[in-house]
Design a binder for this molecule. Sequence first.
Ligand code: HEC
Length: 112
Amino acid sequence: MKPTTRLLLTALAFAAGAAVSVAAPASENWENHCAKCHGADGKGQTKAGKKLQVKDYTDAKVQAEMKDADMIKATTDGVMDKAGKERMKAYKDEISAAEIKELVAYIRKFKA
Ligand code: HEC
């Protein structure tokens, strides 16, 4: 292989690696991690969402009752029921703190 080809391949590999580690946009994270339960539209009317009785994030009252700090904490550390059973898992190992903040801003936009 010619040195220039090798250099090009190295550069490409580096670019691909960098793209993987770059933060995903909130819409993508929502679709990949959250929509299964909370719905693409935030209403929670999915099969899993109905079963778990998730709140409707297009409801202004629901939005008013949620504090940003609680939303960040719920996404970071997960949500337990009163018996300590997991209702929603913690995302801190999969989604960065900065991305979680963006997800909270994304949830706020569901408000009708
Ligand atoms: C397995 C289903 C499931 C998935 C997937 C899921 N959640 Fe949840 N989520 C729940 C349940 C259940 C609750 C508790 C009931 C409620 O508040 O609606 C909850 C609650 C929340 C709350 C409410 C916290 C509060 O203060 O009331 C936020 C914010 C939230 N989820 C964000 C997310 C985000 C962001 C994602 C994706 C990274 C996500 N959820 C993925 C099931 C899920």
